[in-house]
Design a protein around this ligand. Structure first.
Ligand code: GLN
Length: 308
């Protein structure tokens, strides 16, 4: 088993790095076991290779953003979504309270301002907040190839301390970027972030993107191929927030991180990769996750700009 042996070896190498902190602003996340560590590769043919904590559940957090963006694009088409959320890297933190000065649009769908707007665009127009969350859960489950559920404790914990996301949503409402009740949208967005996944699920979700939007597990076309190209492009330029430029040059894989410690990468046509380790760097990206991806990229020549 060449791949699992390789994965186990790389995990051992990064294990000793105990730098970084768990996300403290969501109290429930600060109780996670900081030593958890896992990595998995999912092939577009459906095979999954993993090592470490591949079946430990944790909340998806911001890794939901590219997938729900894909759902919104396939539910509405490109124009209505692009009219509300841009595709320019912001170079700012994920929870920055900032909008484009001329249009009032959030700069991109990977920062919270954009993702909160995108949540309101998942599913048909006029859905109730509950039906919208159902659409999101069903869509994330289709990407994973199995039914996913919400961690109610993490959801309640984040909602209690959601002042910053509420401020962002109210500002979006004042610019008419959001047209619904800001509180209901933030509530739905936080439920979206509280969906439980494993490293195995995340690798499969990334492999569904790598596989042109078709789940390697179920064979279902979850979103159209053109949507996938668009989403992977935005992940490449914006997926790692204010570390996106470093990531694009050093790792060179379309990616997305979450504050529970998950990290995914998707290599078009080839592979979905996922890692989990809860301690985060100053950008809110998993410390060991970033190290693992740096290793994967250099050991296997995965950088997309590398000329073979
Ligand atoms: N739910 C988190 C928030 O809105 C997600 C942030 C993240 O994973 N970067 O703050």
């Amino acid at each position: 088993p060449i791949i699992p042996d390789y994965l186990a070896e790389v995990l051992r190498d990064v294990e000793r790095d105990t730098s970084g902190e768990r996300a403290g602003y969501i109290p429930e996340l600060a109780t996670a076991d900081p030593e958890r560590l896992g990595a998995a590769f999912a092939m577009t043919g459906g095979e999954v290779y993993g090592a470490g904590d591949v079946d430990t559940e944790f909340t998806i957090q911001s890794i939901s953003k590219p997938f729900v963006y894909a759902l919104a694009l396939s539910d509405h088409g490109f124009d209505p979504v692009l009219a509300r959320v841009g595709v320019e890297p912001s170079g700012e933190a994920f929870n920055e309270i900032s909008l484009e000065s001329d249009t009032g649009r959030p700069r991109n769908p990977m920062i919270n301002a954009g993702a909160i707007t995108v949540h309101s665009l998942a599913g048909a127009d006029g859905l109730s907040p509950t039906a919208r969350v159902e659409r999101v859960l069903e869509g994330l489950s289709a990407f994973a190839g199995r039914p996913l559920r919400v961690d109610e404790a993490v959801c309640a914990s984040e909602m209690e301390h959601a002042h910053r996301n509420l401020a962002i949503a109210h500002m979006l409402r004042s610019h008419n970027i959001l047209t619904e009740d800001p509180r209901a949208v933030v509530d739905g967005y936080i439920r979206q972030c509280s969906v439980l996944v494993t490293v195995r699920d995340l690798a499969m979700m990334a492999a569904t993107l790598a596989n042109r939007g078709r789940s390697p597990l179920s064979g279902r076309q979850v979103v159209p191929e053109l949507v996938v190209r668009h989403v992977l492009s935005v992940m490449f330029s914006c997926g790692m927030y204010d570390a996106a430029g470093d990531w694009a040059t050093q790792v060179g894989i379309p990616a997305k991180s979450g504050v529970a410690g998950g990290l995914i990468g998707a290599l078009p046509g080839q592979i979905g990769i996922a890692t989990f380790s809860p301690r985060l760097d100053v950008h809110g990206n998993s410390v060991r996750g970033v190290s693992l991806f740096e290793r994967f990229s250099s050991d296997m020549g995965l950088h997309l700009m590398e000329i073979p």
